[in-house]
Every structure is written in structure tokens, then in C-alpha cells.
Design a protein around this ligand. Structure first.
Ligand code: UD1
Ligand code: PEP
Length: 433
């Protein structure tokens, strides 16, 4: 078992180049499977979610290689099975994209239920509704589900809730379905647009991605192409927030600043000075910071995936801050861990009330999901004394070289293998709730 030990690191300063987006890459890898020729993807990060995707892909006959220039080449012409190992399918969230990508061509897909971060309830009813409208039939078993079709066709779909995953899954299925599909109340996230852009480059006929109505005219053939994933707005946002928590000045480069609009607006409101160029954003945290209210919502609103890191920053700002997560009202597993570090946060019906300004103290803490991990890391940087974070496998789902990137801007932290003695010490110290 691994842990990250974070030492007090006041004032982070420097430049971090942001890698390709995890959430986009997972969708792009699935979209590439729709092509009748190899697709070359740049910017695909080296993270464990994608390792599992590669592994599943290879098992079902997709040829996936990473070239010397780090580009990933996906050739799905050799697919010989669409029965995906249920255990592996449940190791990350977006295995459901295999349904959108493979069902039309192969007529059936069988896979385990989606994994990923567990915020108590993450239904997939909108995926099912959209795919059923296009001619899919679902059968649910205890450990896995089967999806069959005798041919996907276009449909007019009105989503009941805005879902990035369901929008992407429907886009994938519609790209080669027979006829026209209209997705209404579609998600407008950059990852949706990125997936549509790749599909368009492969020859798909898609209009409206980035708005709430997307129209897709199904085509019979999709060609190979070369494409680059968008940069990870959530990693970029985490570094800007870290600048705020440590009182430093951090520049994130190789990004699309527009994707960080709501994060930049909130950090400015709090009192960080922000400077942007075409492809970078710098956050300066040298002045007095102010407590705030945050309510997460779907893009272009403040992302639920930045709520946890932001909470770490808010613990350090005197006054009462309020964080409401409207996307995942129970995504507050990090709060008990922050309180172990002397934060003063109370969660009441989907809202965290933070009495900011208490000095954080290093502690043994556990990351229950990817963003909880980054939240605790940021808290550790701002704390007095060492913070030992377990649950590293969650962080590695989404962050490539986390330790090295934080070190490059002056943080002191180490990834350590835990020996029996420290494991027992951690177990006796960590409360998991
Ligand atoms: C791999 C990936 O891209 N993960 C991101 C994606 O997850 P994911 O795509 O799973 O999240 P969705 O956008 O689907 O979820 C948005 C909201 O819709 C609800 N919902 C979703 C689907 C459905 O069938 N029924 C339903 O009710 C969810 O419970 C949630 O409240 O978007 C989330 C919301 O921005 C992010 O936190 C995740 O990091
Ligand atoms: C919730 C997240 O990921 P996933 O949807 O893959 O669980 C996340 O990236 O914050």
C-alpha cells in the first residue's frame, strides 16, 4: 500500500504544464473504436483508468499501442468479442461508453456495472433511456448487464437531467445509427465537445455540440484520423486552488482558459488575482482572501470535481463559507478527513458550512475518491506538520505524476510504500467516515 506524505509547503510558485483530460480521453478512446481505420490520439494521460481501458481493449481484440512520441494508436478492426470482463468493467466509470461505441456494429455488449468514484448514487437511467430510444434492449443481472440490438436507429431524445456521460454515450451510438438523432437538454461540457470534434474528424455528421441541442445524422463509415485531447481543466483548477491555499503564484499552461471560466470567476471573487493568456492562467494569492458561497452545477457552472479542492482552500479563509453540491449532494467524504486536520466544517443536507481560518494540522487521512485526494493534498501543503494520505489508487485514477508536478512548484511531498509498522499506525489513526 502506498501513501503520500505532504510537508508544510507555504507559497507554491512556478509553472505547471497541464496534461490531457482524463474525462475526455476516456470518451475519445471509446469514440476511436467506432472507426474502420486506426485513430491516433495525442494527449492521452498515463493514469490507471486508462490502463484498465487499454487492458479491456486488448482482451476484446482492439490493438492499442503507445508510440515513442506518446501518441496512442487505436485499431479496433480486430475486435473478436464484446463480452467485457465484469470485474474490469467496474474498475472505472465510463465502461458504459463501450455500449455506445460497439453496440451498433456488433449487436450485443455485455459488461459490469460502472465503477469510478462512489458518491452514493450515480444512476445510469439516462444512458439507458437514450440507448433504448435508439433500439437497444437491456437485461440486468446481479454482476453485469447485457445490451442487444437488431440495429440502432436515430431518435429524438429529451434528457430528464443534464448528464455528460449520457450525452457522450448517445453521441457515440448515434454517430453510426440509421437516421437522425436529436439530443435535447444535452450536456455542454468541453469533454462532450471534444468527443464530437473527434467524431466529426472521423467523418460523423454532428451539429450543435456545446449547446443543449445536438443533432447527429448517422453515417455508415467512420475513417481514421489524428486528434489531440483537450487539456484537463480539473487538474488545472486544482493547481490554481493550491496557489490560493499556500499563498503562492502558480501558472498553469497548455490549457484552454475558457474551460476554467467558473473556477477563475470564483477564485477572483475570493480575492486571488488572476491573469490569463491564450493558453495559460496564473493565480496570485498575495492579498487578503474572502469567504464565499459556491454551488456546483453542470458546465459552464462551477464543477463538482473542483468542489473538494476548493473546500481545502476555504478552510484557510477567515469567515463562513458555504459549499453546496447540486450534482452529487453527498459528495462530502473529504469533510471528516479535513476535520481531522483541525478544519471546522459541518455538513447539513447537502451543504458544507465551513468556519474558515482554523490552522490546519498534519494528520493521517484517507482519500476516498480522486478529488478528495487532491483536496487532502492541498490541505496538507497548507497545514503545520506532516500529513499522511492513503487511498492513493484513487488519486492515480486521474492525476499523472502528482508528486513530481507539485514538487516542480516547490511543494515538499513523497510517495512512500507503507511497511507493516506504518500501515498499522495509519489503520489505528484513520477514521474512514
Ligand atoms: C469520467 C467522467 O467523465 N466523469 C465525470 C462525469 O461523470 P458522469 O458522466 O458519470 O456524470 P454525469 O454528467 O452523468 O452526472 C451529472 C448528474 O446527472 C445525474 N445522472 C447522470 C446519468 C444518469 O443516467 N442519470 C442521472 O441522474 C448524476 O447523478 C449527476 O447528478 O461528469 C461528472 C459531473 O460533472 C463528473 O463529476 C465526473 O468527473
Ligand atoms: C468523479 C470523477 O471521476 P469518475 O467519474 O471517473 O468517477 C472525477 O474525475 O472527479
Amino acid at each position: 500500500m502506498k501513501r503520500i506524505v505532504v510537508q508544510p509547503s507555504h507559497s507554491l510558485n512556478g509553472i505547471v504544464a497541464i496534461p490531457g483530460s482524463k474525462n475526455s480521453s476516456l470518451a475519445l478512446m471509446a469514440a476511436a473504436c467506432l472507426a474502420d481505420e486506426p485513430v491516433i490520439l495525442h494527449g492521452i494521460p498515463r493514469i490507471t483508468d486508462l490502463d484498465v481501458f487499454f487492458n479491456i481493449g486488448e482482451e476484446i481484440g482492439i490493438d492499442i499501442k503507445r508510440n515513442d512520441d506518446q501518441a496512442v494508436v487505436i485499431d479496433s478492426r480486430g475486435i473478436h468479442s464484446t463480452a467485457i470482463d465484469p470485474h474490469k468493467a467496474s474498475a472505472f466509470r465510463t465502461t458504459y461508453y463501450f455500449v455506445g461505441a460497439l453496440l451498433g456494429k456488433y449487436g450485443n455488449v455485455s459488461l459490469g456495472y460502472p465503477g469510478g468514484d462512489n458518491f452514493v448514487s450515480r444512476p445510469i437511467d439516462q444512458h439507458i433511456k437514450a440507448l433504448e430510444a435508439m433500439g437497444a434492449r437491456f437485461t440486468f443481472h446481479a454482476e453485469y448487464y447485457d445490451v442487444e440490438t437488431s440495429g440502432l436507429h436515430g431518435a429524438d431524445i429529451y434528457f430528464d437531467t443534464i448528464s455528460s456521460g449520457a450525452t457522450i454515450n448517445a453521441l457515440l451510438a448515434a454517430a453510426r445509427a440509421k437516421g437522425k438523432t436529436i439530443l435535447r437538454q444535452a450536456a455542454r461540457d468541453p469533454e462532450v465537445v471534444d468527443t464530437a470534434n473527434l467524431l466529426i474528424q472521423m467523418g460523423a455528421r454532428i451539429r450543435g455540440a456545446g449547446s443543449d441541442t445536438i443533432t447527429i445524422e448517422g453515417v455508415q463509415h467512420l475513417r481514421g484520423c489524428t486528434y489531440t485531447a483537450i487539456p484537463d481543466r480539473l487538474i488545472a483548477g486544482s493547481f490554481l486552488i493550491a496557489a490560493g491555499a499556500t499563498g503562492g503564484a502558480v501558472t498553469v499552461t497548455d490549457i484552454i482558459p475558457e474551460h476554467l471560466g467558473s473556477c477563475i470567476a470564483k477564485l477572483s471573487e475570493i480575492g486571488l488575482h488572476i491573469e490569463s493568456t491564450d493558453n495559460s492562467v496564473t493565480a496570485f494569492a498575495h492579498g487578503k482572501l474572502r469567504a464565499t458561497r459556491v454551488r456546483t452545477s453542470m458546465y459552464p457552472g462551477f464543477p463538482t470535481d473542483l468542489q473538494q479542492p476548493l473546500t481545502a482552500l476555504l478552510t484557510q479563509i477567515p469567515g463562513r463559507s458555504i459549499v453546496a453540491d447540486r450534482i452529487y449532494p453527498r459528495r462530502f467524504q473529504h469533510v471528516a478527513q479535513l476535520n481531522r486536520m483541525n478544519a471546522d466544517i459541518e455538513v447539513r443536507s447537502g451543504v458544507a458550512v465551513i468556519k474558515g481560518g482554523t490552522p490546519l494540522r498534519g494528520a493521517f487521512v484517507h482519500a476516498s475518491d480522486v478529488r478528495a485526494g487532491i483536496c487532502l493534498l492541498i490541505a496538507g501543503l497548507a497545514a503545520e506538520g506532516a500529513t499522511s494520505i492513503t487511498g492513493i489508487s484513487h488519486i492515480e485514477r486521474g492525476y499523472e505524476n502528482i508528486v513530481e508536478s507539485f514538487r516542480s512548484i516547490g511543494a515538499t511531498l513523497d510517495m512512500q510504500e507503507m511497511h507493516e509498522e506504518s500501515l498499522n499506525e495509519a489503520k489505528s489513526n484513520i477514521k474512514f467516515s
